[in-house]
Write a protein that binds this ligand. Structure first.
Ligand SMILES: [Zn+2]
Length: 287
């Protein structure tokens, strides 16, 4: 409907290469979208369509995808893999905002710590996949939390709330390819195919440092996990209800960073311009 309003034809088709669910085509000034019939769910199909609309509408995407010529620009599979290409990240963000608009979503997330209940509410209200709903939840939440997608107990990607990111240091470390804790609900579901595939849930309350190395020693991580059915993956929400407020956390992280640096340099030297970059975590290791 959204696409038709813009005179952009949408087709559903077979025969896409593996891992590709959508594409934008160009022929002169005409554009169109093709979505694969192999999208496993309606939510996935809607996300794919919205993602391609993003490429059509966002500044610079058409130019970059077609380089002035005609052709077909396929997009690699949606939100089950960490994306690196900036235009793919932008198109995903566009899709998330289009399908789960901020003001309406916020009204469904009212009240503190709604957790998985809030994610399910978003999924049902906007008819999107659980993972899309969870990413939007992470983007909109005011509290420190992270959404983790894992398969067989190994993390595939994470989405952190701004309030968690603001904790600095440990909270920004990449988790990809790491094991989830042995005592977690996520690990229990990973070991139980029948429950995982029927969308069963599990939960735990562990120390934050069992999930994230370097987290404050007494902080708690409240976990809610749910099986993603046919995707054979597990979606987990971790909330950290008793972390220090971000300003304090930031100062603590900065002090830790400085002390580590001084210990490393052995000289306690100050004023190195590069330290600012390190403090803000702009390294290239987080994928
Ligand atoms: Zn794309």
């Amino acid at each position: 409907m959204i696409a038709n309003a813009k005179q952009l034809p949408v087709e559903y088709n077979d025969g896409f290469p593996e891992g590709v669910y959508g594409a934008l085509w160009r022929s002169g000034n005409a554009f169109g979208i093709i979505v694969s019939n192999e999208c496993p769910t309606a939510g996935h199909r809607r996300f794919t369509l919205a993602h391609e609309l993003g490429h059509y509408h966002l500044d610079g995407h058409v130019e970059q995808l077609f380089r002035g010529g005609d052709g077909l620009a396929p997009s690699l599979a949606g939100h089950f893999r960490g994306r690196k290409d900036p235009i793919e990240v932008e198109a995903d963000a566009f899709a998330g905002e289009l399908l789960v608009p901020t003001p309406f979503a916020r009204s469904l997330l009212d009240g503190p710590s709604v957790g998985m209940r809030g994610v399910l509410r978003l999924r049902d209200a906007f008819d999107v996949s659980l993972s899309c709903a969870a990413i939007r939840y992470a983007q909109l939440a005011d509290e420190p939390l992270v959404v983790v997608l894992s398969k067989d107990g190994v993390v595939e990607w994470t989405a952190r709330s701004e309030a968690l990111w603001a904790q600095g240091g440990w909270a920004r470390r990449p988790w990809k390819q790491e094991w989830v804790p042995r005592r977690s609900g996520t690990r229990r579901l990973a070991g139980d195919a029948a429950r995982r595939r029927t969308g069963a849930d599990d939960s735990s309350e562990l120390l934050a440092c069992e999930w994230c190395e370097g987290a404050p020693p007494s902080a708690v991580a409240v976990e809610e996990a749910i099986g993603l059915g046919i995707f054979d993956r597990i979606l987990t929400i971790l909330r950290f209800p008793d972390l220090p407020d971000p300003d304090t956390a930031y100062l603590l992280a900065e002090r830790e960073e400085r002390e580590a640096r001084e210990a490393r340099d052995g000289s306690g030297r100050r004023g190195d311009w590069r330290t600012g970059l390190r403090t803000y975590g702009f390294d290239s290791t987080d994928d």
